[in-house]
Write a protein that binds this ligand. Structure first.
Ligand code: PAF
Length: 272
């Protein structure tokens, strides 16, 4: 990519774990629109899965992924092996900051250090670029932004909107794990977030009230097992003691198990 940059051409990177869906395709579209050269990386990163999580089952379909990349105008697909990404045991790691501690960080303590290791290595391999991440993994986006800022990496991190099915379910590679009954109930996450955002925009000041509204709605779905519902500041992931102030924005986040699938979703909420 040095040659491209020396010739004044901008480079866009879309880091993925493959099994690409329309959400990923929207990231490729954004990268292609903004940059002269677009690279999609496809790497199921073992470091971001804890023992007992779904690393072995994680869906993979390289042939279909290559078609999506070609169809959406990606110039290059980087598909390294685990040995290429992590050639030795005991390699340097990235210590992620405060933003990685709550929510996903609390439920999956090794997840963000694993994400940071993969992202840092991809950024190092590719060099200066704009990197496109979906807002569905909103905390991941915040963690990567912090890492890039804290370590002065020559990367512009671009967050892109969540892509949803018509019934509101956020697209995720893990949706393939859902049974028919679970799939029917999974849009409750989006409904709960919308209900939460609606009371915030109607002037609710108490974050705990918003959390219990969302948790209550999700609790009515018989196949749902809530991990967390939360209201946080979008940049620091700290929990505000009080909502409010005109235009004050928070992020509502939920994580929930439906059988084998652990799904996450989130939405902005703005006070009046
Ligand atoms: O969001 C993902 O697909 C992964 O967490 C990422 C950013 C590619 C790092 O492995």
């Amino acid at each position: 990519m040095d040659g491209e940059r020396a010739a004044g051409r901008s480079v866009g990177l879309v880091p993925t774990m493959g099994f690409l869906h329309e959400g990923h395709a929207s990231l490729v579209d954004a990268a292609v629109a903004d940059n002269d050269v677009t690279v999609v990386s496809i790497f199921v990163n073992p470091l971001q899965f804890a023992p007992g999580e779904d690393l072995a089952d994680y869906p993979r379909d390289l042939a279909a992924d290559l078609e999506v990349c070609a169809l959406h105008g990606a110039d290059l697909v980087f598909h390294p092996t685990v040995d290429e990404m992590y050639p030795e045991a005991g390699m340097s790691a990235v210590e992620v900051g405060e933003v990685a501690r709550p929510l996903e960080g609390a439920s999956r303590p090794t997840h963000f250090p694993g994400v940071a290791a993969a992202a840092a290595r991809l950024f190092g391999i590719l060099g200066a670029c704009s990197a496109y991440f979906g807002e569905k993994d909103f905390q991941q986006l915040a963690v990567v932004r912090r890492m890039v800022a804290d370590l002065s990496m020559p990367v512009e991190v671009v967050g892109c909107p969540i892509v949803r099915e018509v019934d509101g379910l956020a697209l995720s590679s893990r949706n393939v794990y859902l049974t028919a009954a679970e799939r029917a109930e999974a849009p409750v996450l989006h409904r709960a977030l919308r209900a939460g955002a609606a009371v915030v925009s109607a002037g609710e000041r108490d974050p705990a009230a918003v959390v219990s509204l969302m948790a209550g709605l999700i609790g009515r779905a018989v196949t749902a097992e809530l991990d967390y519902a939360a209201v946080v500041r979008p940049d620091t992931f700290a929990t505000p003691s009080l909502l409010g102030g005109p235009g004050h924005e928070v992020r509502l986040l939920v994580a929930c198990r439906f059988g084998r699938a652990r799904l996450i979703d989130n939405m902005a909420a703005v006070s009046p």
